[in-house]
Design a protein around this ligand. Structure first.
Ligand SMILES: [Zn+2]
Length: 310
């Protein structure tokens, strides 16, 4: 990590820390649990280089450059505490190692107030693209403008897919979530896999509580994606987890054009959610630097996605 990034990180940690004080846990508390463990090839934050200088004092050892995905999460990040959060980090987590921007210190925002408090800490920029007003973190917008200019010079265009393609509020993500949850509850009651009582109980929960409940049901094949054949997380981001809340994501209309995808990648915008084809994430570094942040490239169809290597 460069010095400039470290300084920025410290600064953003302080500002975000103030805004999210109610949710902040001291780093000691977060690190006291067992290391996250959901695949054998994960990279552990606690790993130290095997060739560490034996003369190095204990204090210096602790200053070793962080390694892997967990080593690049922001200071104060609240580590996953259950399988639901681990799944969410795995599916949507690339954003948390983005550089030169502010990222949340938690995997799931709890409600609108939580999202608003975070968004109020951000340096943002606005632009109207393809007739649609967009709001993003300033660095993300800056590189998007450059990508749009380059696309234009090559006779291409990069435009948002819809009016909600950049910044979203928590309530907007709840609307999308409900559009999957409500029909699925009806379906599973109708086909006898769930009682009306169970469905009513879930329907009255807060969206935050529903996430864990629904992911648990899905372990038994009661799926909530639009086509009811797979997990809801491959259909819509659960409330509070969308990268759009962090103002680091853009849904691109021209996403099927490989030249457009490559121009976006040259300007630090990458695909990071395998199931979400129009969705691009601002990571703030060149593609060659992504493996060092603990991300790995996976190929699906003709596309490349950068996902947490965990
Ligand atoms: Zn998106």
């Amino acid at each position: 990590m460069t010095k400039a990034v470290k300084v920025l990180r410290s600064f953003t940690a302080i500002t975000a820390g103030i805004a999210l004080a109610a949710c902040y846990q001291p780093p000691e508390a977060q690190n006291s649990g067992p290391p996250v463990n959901y695949s054998s090839n994960r990279t552990d934050v606690d790993q130290r280089p095997s060739n560490a200088n034996s003369n190095m004092s204990k204090a210096n050892e602790n200053k070793t450059e962080p390694t892997g995905f967990f080593g690049h999460l922001p200071d104060g990040f609240v580590r996953p505490t259950d399988s639901v959060e681990r799944t969410l980090l795995h599916e949507y987590g690339s954003m948390f190692v983005a550089q030169g921007v502010t990222v949340p210190r938690k995997i799931v925002f709890r409600d609108e107030a939580d999202v608003s408090a975070f968004q109020a800490t951000l340096k943002t920029a606005s632009e109207t693209v393809g007739g649609i007003p967009l709001e993003l973190q300033a660095a993300a917008m800056d590189d998007l403008r450059k990508a749009i200019d380059e696309a234009r010079s090559r006779g291409l265009s990069i435009t948002p897919r819809d009016v909600d393609s950049a910044r979203r509020s928590y309530d907007e993500t709840v609307g999308l979530w409900k559009s999957r949850v409500d029909p699925a509850l009806k379906h599973w009651v109708a086909n006898g896999r769930m009682t009306q009582g169970q469905a009513d109980r879930i329907a009255t929960m807060s969206p935050f509580e529903q996430v864990a409940e629904i992911l648990k049901l899905e372990e038994n094949g009661i799926y909530f994606a639009k086509d009811l054949s797979k997990s809801i997380i491959y259909s819509v981001a659960p409330p509070g987890t969308s990268q759009h809340l962090s103002m680091l994501a853009l849904d691109v209309k021209e996403n099927e054009d490989a030249k457009v995808r490559s121009i976006l990648a040259e300007h630090k915008w990458f695909q990071t959610v395998v199931s979400d084809l129009p969705h691009f994430t601002y990571l703030g570094v060149e593609e060659s630097e992504l493996p060092a942040l603990g991300l790995k490239k996976v190929t699906s169809g003709a596309r490349s996605f950068w996902v947490p290597d965990i």
